[in-house]
Ligand binder design. Structure first.
Ligand SMILES: Cc1ncc(C[n+]2csc(CCOP(=O)(O)OP(=O)(O)O)c2C)c(N)n1
Length: 300
């Protein structure tokens, strides 16, 4: 099997031309998607659907947006990120490893006993993980606390949280939405990975959330006037341009995404939320991911 090429940190971080950087991040996100697919197949466990849908936003955050120092994960002024949909851990781990928080070789220990890379992220074990998550619905409360701590400490770091529809079905999220609108901490940003599918069916059937943007507005959040394409790096760049121009807090952005993105028979299908990827499906699915990676490589 041909060895996949990850772009180096140096290559990506030193690129100052935004169009070129977008092409690089598009490639790198697909690299992470393929990496995650390989890991989940090898381990026979983990969550493909929601990990795949978050690839581009997570890659952009860690390689373009956040002010972080992976060699010193506890730097007090770092930007914070909370993956409220903790089951998507394999994508977070892939990004963290290649971003320099821990050795990339360690990814092969995913979900093993005593590994630092447990099925759901653990803040006490894994460098770069800011909050232990997995029980849906806690992330925004934590990110709100971080943003309020920044205010108390007179610091200007950003607090980002990513959730999907599952977290929005939790009452605690709406309590945090209300509390955030009361305290209005600066630089608190909710990134919504809106892929429309949950563990056992379409979100519309499980718990309809629409009109979601209007609900955030009614709760006095500053929500982006349009939904962005969460798989398109230039569009994601635009979303962060919009975020960085805001001065009314808290801020939320909806990203339209596809669960299981990149493997046609797995996309938008709840059956691939967390099912093990067996040999046959791996053999069918991997060439699709690789073909896209090769197309993106040709554009580099
Ligand atoms: C409190 C709680 N209830 C149920 C679950 C089981 N569970 C894990 S993921 C999931 C569905 C999540 O759907 P979504 O947020 O849309 O995730 P994504 O599609 O982004 O993977 C459920 C019900 C859980 N982890 N926590």
């Amino acid at each position: 099997m041909k060895t996949l090429r990850s772009l180096t940190l140096q290559e990506i971080l030193s690129e100052t031309n935004l169009s070129k950087k977008a092409v690089m991040l598009q490639y790198q996100a697909q690299y992470f998607r393929l990496k995650a697919f390989d890991i989940l197949h090898e381990k026979g466990t983990g969550h493909w659907g929601g990990a795949s849908s978050a690839a581009e936003v997570l890659t952009t955050l860690y390689y373009h947006v956040m002010n972080i120092t992976p060699d010193n994960p506890a730097w007090p002024d770092r930007d914070r990120f909370v993956l409220s949909k903790g089951h998507a851990s394999v994508m977070l781990y892939s990004v963290l490893a290649y971003r320099g928080y821990f050795p990339t070789d360690e990814l092969s220990t995913f979900r093993q006993l005593n590994s630092r890379l447990q099925g759901h992220p653990c803040m006490n074990e894994t460098p770069g993980v800011e909050m232990s998550t997995g029980a849906l619905g806690h992330g925004l409360s934590v990110a709100l606390g971080m943003a309020l701590a920044a205010r108390v400490q007179k610091k200007s770091f950003w607090s980002y949280v990513m959730f999907g529809e599952g977290c929005l079905d939790e009452g605690q999220t709406w309590e945090a939405i209300m509390a955030a609108a009361k305290f209005r901490p600066e630089r608190l940003v909710a990134l919504i990975d809106y892929n429309g599918v949950q563990l056992d069916g379409p979100s519309n059937e499980i718990m309809p959330l629409e009109p979601l943007a209007e609900k955030f507005r009614a709760f006095r959040w500053n929500i982006a006037p349009k939904a962005y394409d969460g798989h398109n790096i230039p569009d994601i760049f635009d979303s962060f341009d919009w975020i960085k121009q805001q001065s009314t807090w808290p801020v939320a952005v909806i990203y339209r995404t596809h669960k299981g993105k990149g493997v046609s028979f797995m996309e938008d299908n709840h059956q691939w939320h967390g099912a093990p990827i067996g040999d046959d499906d791996y053999a069918k699915g991997r060439p699709e991911l690789l073909a896209t990676l090769n197309e993106l490589e040709a554009k580099l």
